[in-house]
Design a protein around this ligand. Structure first.
Ligand code: EPU
Length: 347
């Protein structure tokens, strides 16, 4: 276990926000958990690679970083089973599986972050989600100090959502994930950008295409600080889409049910005139309006102000309320844009 006090987190979050952690506890093995004080366990924020986190204050809670690594593989007749420790890098895992000739994760290539963070927001891209492959998640409970296995069903996966963001929030941490990759692999090529690929394409060819698309549209956090899609794609009543289609051609949308559709938040922000919009060092990306970038010295507050401006402007234009996908962490724990806006009004 490595402990450091009073340390800047600017290298520990991909938005490069310079917030100070009172303590960072890096766990090298699961047994390290028994060495952590109860007070720290119960007040800490568990941070993976910081690619979906916005520190909104100049101070943060105590940070626990699981750094356990290791990949175990078990071959079965119909599938390959993997158990992967939380501290592994997600994209490296995708590369490793493809390298071993195991198809399945190719559409999820180049998603930043750790394996332990993948179930929390049920990462997804190009028509595929983490939950499609997850058999279980191993979870260390801070109260019982036991590791339990949570089945896919009990993880309550949804669109960028899971039990780990809800009833299990702050109650423990993910130790490892169990994945199943079927030997009867089928390519998933329905999403725009992959739909022109040959139906007989290999998983490696699909992965290379995903890497190509993502590299062209999404900024690499090592070169331009960002946390991927900042807002979720909003689910609205179909009547909202009909209204939009009266004014615009080709409104991107994905059907959810007979009465609901998902709109593209990127399109709504873009059409509100905010693509590339800059407020100090915080800005929307010039090639993907859904990505908020830090051009240098933006503080957490600067990013919050821009997010609030985007939310208000999109609402004024379209009557659609955006919700952030990125998690907002204040000095005493998780908060939200709605809560911060409320606090500002009350000041
Ligand atoms: N669009 C615009 N303006 C833009 C960008 C996009 O009008 O500036 C339009 C596009 O033309 C397209 C639509 O918006 O019709 C959707 O854009 P895109 O295909 O780039 O995907 P997205 O909905 O913005 C989602 C995920 C991404 C994931 C991609 C690909 C969410 C919130 N985001 O983005 O995930 O990589 O699909 O599957 O669901 C992430 O979560 O961090 C992330 C990057």
């Amino acid at each position: 276990m490595k402990v450091s006090n009073h340390q800047s987190l600017s290298c520990f979050n991909t938005l490069a926000i310079n917030a100070i952690a009172p303590k960072i506890i890096e766990l090298e093995s699961i047994s390290d958990l028994s060495l952590v004080d109860d007070i720290d366990l119960k007040s800490a924020y568990v941070l993976g690679e910081g690619s979906n986190t916005l520190f909104v204050d100049t101070q943060t809670p105590v940070i626990i970083k699981p750094a356990f690594t290791g990949i175990e593989l078990n071959e079965h007749e119909e599938y390959t089973e993997l158990e992967v420790k939380a501290g592994e890098n997600w994209h490296q895992l995708v590369l490793t599986t493809i390298d071993k000739g195991l198809g399945g994760l190719e559409n999820l290539a180049l998603i930043p972050g750790s394996v332990g963070a993948a179930p929390v927001q049920n990462i997804g891209a190009y028509g595929v989600e983490f939950s499609d492959f997850c058999r279980y998640v191993k979870w260390f409970d801070f109260t019982t100090k036991q590791v339990v296995k949570i089945s896919n069903r009990d993880c309550q996966f949804g669109y960028r959502d899971s039990i780990f963001k809800r009833s299990l929030k702050d109650k423990g941490l993910i130790v490892s994930v169990g994945l199943i990759l079927s030997k009867r692999w089928q390519p998933k090529l329905t999403y725009a950008g992959l739909d022109d690929l040959d139906k007989t394409s290999s998983a490696k060819t699909i992965m290379d295409r995903v890497i190509e698309i993502r590299s062209a549209k999404l900024p690499n956090p090592n070169h331009l600080a960002n946390a991927g899609s900042f807002f979720k794609n909003p689910v609205v009543d179909s009547s909202v889409l009909s209204e939009l289609e009266r004014k615009y051609d080709n409104v991107p949308n994905y059907p959810i049910s007979d009465t609901e559709v998902k709109l593209a938040a990127a399109w709504l922000i873009d059409k509100s005139g905010l693509k590339g919009y800059r407020l100090g060092d915080a800005a929307t990306h010039e090639k993907q309006a859904l990505v908020i970038v830090n051009h240098g010295n933006a503080s957490g507050k600067d990013i919050v102000d821009l997010a609030s401006y985007i939310k208000t402007t999109v609402f004024q234009h379209f009557g659609v309320m955006l919700e952030h996908e990125v998690r907002f962490i204040a000095k005493d724990g998780e908060t939200s844009l709605v809560q911060l806006e409320r606090e500002q009004t009350n000041d």
